[in-house]
Design a protein around this ligand. Structure first.
Ligand code: TRP
Length: 482
């Protein structure tokens, strides 16, 4: 073998790391999931439960993941292998989770790209939507269109991730994240000026816990919805932050970075809520539109705004969602790529960058093939609804449940429903009871500063997070199978 120095890469600055980690966290979960779940789960009450969970569960898992990554200097499989070979399977679960999430996340990203391009053209007078009230329904069952946009979005992901940590991921996030923030504020200000927007804020911020006694919803449902949302939104439970942490320099402050990421992610979710919910209020549309909120309700909002300004706002809004989705999906793809790179490097193979390009392309092809199911079933329209292929329920000829009404939910069940809460629970238990909270805090102290919150983190790793994960797991499983 030729003598060649292999370099798995690292972030060029703490700012770059922060932008990448925030980019990973801020995604469709914030802009789509958070407002619609808030809309369905009582607004303010949901917000309070969410905040408590972010502080008592999210923060400690974030610190834990970043520490494991930096300590081992490996991606998710390598990290678990190095710390406890018996638990390498937790790392594998992370890879499978990432693969499954991308099978639908990249399809959704493609759809967002389609909307952003559509509004861009509309600003120049080219209408590609037709009747906005029916566009979403028509687009969904247009298999060719769905696959094309899925492909385009996947390709963009491959280009960025194969560029490496500094040359691809960091570079993109350093521009995209500030841009995203400013666009969000601009759209927010415009929405705030619309008459009738006030009701949206009232729904979000006026103290009201009546949802807890609502027989249709109730406290437990709010709790499990918020817990699942918090987890997904912070990119936890599959080793995303382990992977990013492995590219972080020892001199940087993990605890401070974790607090910043959790705060920014939460703030962006609330800001996104402050765009979507008041916009619905101003134009007389229902908050409880569920998953259709992003693609269908918001499109009606922009058509009601009308004219050039409606198209401009539409473009800005979907472009911002595009940036958010892309910065998240590359972080998931990086989990897969890093696994191959680490493996190649351990064997001295793959050249200077450990075969990064090839690994990224191969994973992307695999994801594209499995993701075709999601792109082609019309998000649950199925053959009955005019889509190209059957939903899992149609295929297996069984009654419709949460996990089988469309392929998206099928992949979501495997990842968000089972593997993610399980992964986080095992990680917490390992840290709390086997390796000791000290191991994590020692890694946090590698920057030379004393770690804070020893008792807090100890209680979180040992008890609060594992119990929280049982609630999430239970909530997800009853949601999917109940
Ligand atoms: N957090 C992102 C969002 O809110 C999605 C995401 C990125 C993610 N990386 C992840 C979810 C890792 C789970 C695990 O859209």
């Amino acid at each position: 073998m030729e003598e060649q120095k292999q370099d798995r890469g690292s972030f060029g600055s703490n700012f770059g790391f922060l932008m990448a980690a925030i980019g990973s966290a801020v995604g469709l979960g914030n802009i789509w999931g958070f407002p619609y779940k808030m809309g369905k789960c009582g607004g303010f009450a949901f917000l309070i439960v969410y905040l408590c969970l972010a502080v008592f569960v999210g923060l400690c898992v974030m610190v834990g993941e970043m520490s494991l990554g930096r300590k081992t200097g490996q991606g998710v499989v390598g990290a678990y292998h190095k710390l406890a070979a018996k638990f390498t399977w937790v790392g594998w679960a992370g890879i499978i989770t990432g693969f499954c999430i991308l099978c639908f996340y990249l399809v959704l990203g493609g759809m967002v790209t389609r909307y952003a391009c559509g509004y861009l053209l509309a600003m120049f007078g080219v209408d590609t939507f037709g009747d906005p009230a029916t566009f979403f329904g028509r687009f969904l069952v247009n298999g060719g269109g769905m696959v094309l946009w899925f492909f385009i979005f996947t390709l963009i992901n491959v280009l960025i991730v194969s560029g490496g940590i500094q040359g691809g991921i960091e570079k993109f996030n350093k521009i995209a994240m500030p841009a995203l923030f400013f666009i969000l504020v601009a759209v927010l200000i415009y929405v705030a000026c619309q008459p009738g927007a006030g009701d949206g804020y009232k729904f979000m911020f006026a103290a009201n816990f009546s949802v807890f006694s609502d027989p249709e919803v109730g406290f437990l449902k709010v709790l499990k919805t918020a817990a699942g949302q918090m987890f997904f939104s912070l990119s936890l439970g599959m080793g995303c932050m382990i992977t990013y942490g492995s590219y972080l320099e020892k001199k940087e402050d993990i605890q401070k970075n974790s607090v910043i990421v959790v705060c920014c992610d939460t703030m962006m979710a609330i800001l996104a809520g402050c765009v979507v919910l008041p916009a619905c209020a101003a134009f007389g549309l229902d908050y409880g539109g569920g998953p259709g909120l992003l693609f269908s309700t918001m499109q009606i909002v922009f058509s009601k705004m009308g004219g050039f300004i409606g198209n401009l706002m539409g473009f800005l809004f979907y472009f911002l969602v595009f940036l958010a989705a892309l910065s998240s999906s590359i972080s998931i793809l990086e989990v897969c790529t890093a696994y191959s790179v680490d493996k190649n490097m351990a064997a001295g193979k793959g050249g200077k960058d450990g075969g990064r390009k090839k690994a990224t392309i191969l994973f992307a092809i695999g994801i594209f093939v499995f993701g075709l199911l999601v792109a082609l079933d019309g998000l649950g329209s199925g053959v009955a609804g005019g889509a190209a292929i059957k939903t899992p329920a149609e295929l297996f000829g069984i009654g419709v449940k949460g996990w089988n009404d469309c392929w998206l939910d099928f992949y979501d069940m495997i990842s968000e429903g089972i593997l993610m809460p399980l992964g986080a629970m095992v990680m917490s238990l390992l840290i709390g009871w086997k390796w000791g909270t000290n191991m994590v805090l020692e890694e946090c102290e590698a920057d030379g500063k004393k770690a804070w919150g020893r008792g807090f983190f100890n209680a979180c790793f040992k008890f609060i997070t594992p119990i929280g994960m049982v609630v999430v797991l239970y909530g997800q499983l009853t949601g999917f199978f109940g």
